[in-house]
Design a protein around this ligand. Structure first.
Ligand code: A3P
Length: 345
């Protein structure tokens, strides 16, 4: 057996041992952490300031211990239901615009959630982010995650890592309404139903998957203020207002600026139209296809495309509910310079 082969086997054995240790720590941790009901099937646990389901806690522990970054990695980060699907499509399309023609594009055959991996649901057995089992190495690699900035391994957040982050946030009232439709739609039928009021209270109290919402947004906002070259901070509402400007900023940030020739050939418009809500929602793959998450859950692609509007909360929230969320948002963000949604009355 060659020296290299023997070293590979030893390092893979070491990785497995390390993973086993993390698994044991995870099992022990679940017996100790504060626990609450989630909107999906599993209980939530408060881990490092964020309410997470057990698989997500295991994933972040493994990531914190084993993630092997490339200096060109780009992470799409967001709170749930803030525009991840849209940004996924845009980032993938921008990155691959010279590889694929729009008439024969991978996004015509697979859903946006299958075009690059999410880091929140890796299981140890197929956990392929360790040294021995790297993810596809086409550069830059794209990943998505909802984890808080402070939870991500310091190897990727420290300035010298070279890694970049795109963050998208959205008015919390629309996020809540979108969560309500998405999470409740996927909640197993054998569980007692949750009312909109219950989910509203869970959201306001911060005890909801990846909550509290405000802490997650502020973490990225503050980091973006500190390192604007490393973190690009977008607002869903501003993207809706002027998608072309955002596509250009995104391309530039990803290190693939739109050239004058591309600009003249209408490339920006083509990307915007191709990734528009109406176009993606109309595709057969997004009407009938599904995304198989790494924890085995199957999510119909159509559930990622509901209305895609700004202000749909007006159809769901009472005046009192609106005021409560706006008040929390105002109080949490008042010293940060960040504004989202309306100021409270
Ligand atoms: P609504 O439920 O308000 O319609 P995420 O992708 O982070 O899970 O967020 C889902 C929200 O983004 C949903 O909002 C969905 O309809 C909307 N969305 C999905 N694709 C979009 C696109 N291409 N453009 C704008 N919004 C989009």
């Amino acid at each position: 057996m060659t020296f290299i082969r023997r070293t590979q086997i030893m390092s893979s054995e070491r990785d497995e041992e390390e993973e086993q240790k993390t698994l044991q720590q995870h099992a022990q941790l679940l017996t100790e952490l504060p626990k609450a009901l989630g909107t999906f099937e599993t209980d939530l646990y408060l881990y490092q300031g964020m309410w997470l389901y057990p698989d997500a806690i295991l994933s972040i522990m493994l990531m914190q211990n084993h993630f092997n970054h490339h200096p060109t990695d780009i992470f799409l980060t967001s709170f749930m239901k803030s525009g991840t699907t849209w940004l996924r499509s845009l980032m993938f399309t921008i990155l691959n615009r010279s590889r694929f023609d729009f008439s024969n594009h991978p996004l015509l055959r697979k859903g946006p959630h299958d075009c690059f991996p999410v880091l929140d649901l890796y299981k140890p057995k197929d956990y392929n982010i360790t040294n021995t089992k790297p993810l596809p190495s086409n550069s830059p690699r794209l990943f998505a995650t909802h984890f808080a900035y402070k939870m991500l391994p310091s190897s990727i957040t420290e300035p010298s890592s070279g890694c970049k982050f795109v963050y998208v946030c959205r008015d919390p009232k629309d996020v809540l309404v979108s969560i309500w439709h998405f999470n409740i739609g996927l909640r197993p039928k054998e569980l007692p139903p949750l009312s909109f009021e219950q989910v509203f209270n869970m959201f306001c109290e911060g005890v909801i998957e990846y909550g509290p919402y405000w802490d997650q947004v502020l973490g990225f906002w503050n980091a973006a203020l500190e390192s604007p070259d490393k973190i690009l901070f977008f607002k869903y509402e501003e993207m809706k207002r002027d998608p072309e400007v955002h596509v250009k900023k995104l391309a530039e940030f990803m290190g693939l600026p739109i050239s004058i020739q591309e600009e003249e050939s209408g490339m920006v418009k083509k990307i915007v139209e191709f990734c528009s809500f109406e176009h993606l929602k109309s595709l057969e793959i997004n009407k009938t296809g599904s995304h198989k998450a790494n924890n085995g859950n199957v999510v119909p692609n159509q559930s990622f495309f509901r209305k895609g509007e700004v202000g749909d909360w007006k159809c769901h929230l009472t005046e009192e509910m609106k005021d409560r969320i706006d008040r929390i948002t105002y109080d949490k963000f008042k010293d940060s310079g960040l504004t989202l949604g309306a100021a409270p009355q």
